[in-house]
Design a binder for this molecule. Structure first.
Ligand SMILES: [Zn+2]
Length: 231
């Protein structure tokens, strides 16, 4: 990322103080983890899809953003890499935790952000400090995923008795501790309206193109299957 862009990111993220119970808390602010154009394919929230029931969840626990293979994934805040590697479903991901606490339901909490379905060559390692806008991975479709996209998640965390013990504040909320990242994203035109405002016609076209590619892939696998069963 160029110097100018980086400066722009930092100027967007200003400290915001929230008075609460006679104290001032900082408000967590996240930068969108992809450069434009991006296209949100699934928001956080309840879903009837059977996959979530199988996973023991109420619905989708993050934001899904269509993102072509290899597109850089950016740290949405300053922090430390606390996970970089493979999950149980052969998906690659990175987790970054904030270095300081922020307000969450009237309490001081750390937060971690999660980035999944990445390419295997992850450019950061556990323990590394990252700044907002740093490249932490590249989009792909590894793990439980049907097409190239980034899954972006957010979980409030608190520390246990030891430096290395951490707990999700909302672990039993039906989303494995995940909360909706959208209210924490730095507001600009992209998020003033969930449906249209943040999508330029170029972004819609990119989204449609990705859908077309998915359909093409599906058509190919159906024709392969038909060819196989004819033999
Ligand atoms: Zn997702």
């Amino acid at each position: 990322m160029g110097g100018k862009e980086e400066e722009f990111l930092k100027s967007e993220v200003r400290d915001v103080q929230i008075p609460f119970g006679g104290r001032n808390f900082m408000r967590l602010q996240l930068y969108f983890p992809l450069q434009k154009p991006y296209f949100i394919t699934q928001f956080f929230g309840p879903s009837q899809l059977p996959i979530y029931k199988q996973l023991g969840m109420l619905g989708h626990n993050g934001l899904d953003c269509a993102s072509p293979r290899g597109k850089p994934v950016l740290a949405s805040h300053d922090g430390q890499v606390v996970y970089a590697g493979q999950d149980g479903n052969e998906g690659y991901g990175v987790v970054i935790r904030t270095l300081t606490t922020f307000e969450y339901n009237g309490q001081e909490m750390f937060f971690k952000t999660l980035y999944w379905h990445l390419l295997a060559n992850i450019p950061v390692r556990v323990g590394q400090r990252v700044r907002i806008g740093d490249i932490v991975g590249y989009a792909d479709s590894t793990g439980l995923s049907t097409g190239d996209h980034l899954h972006f998640g957010l979980k409030p965390q608190y520390q246990g008795a030891n430096e290395w013990t951490w707990f999700n504040a909302e672990q039993n909320n039906g989303y494995f501790g995940g909360i909706d990242p959208e209210p924490y994203l730095i507001k600009d035109k992209r998020f003033s309206n969930r449906n249209t405002d943040y999508m330029s016609s170029y972004e819609i076209k990119t989204g449609l193109q990705m859908l077309a590619e998915d359909i093409e892939r599906l058509a190919r696998s159906i024709s392969n299957y038909l060819r196989r069963i004819k033999k």
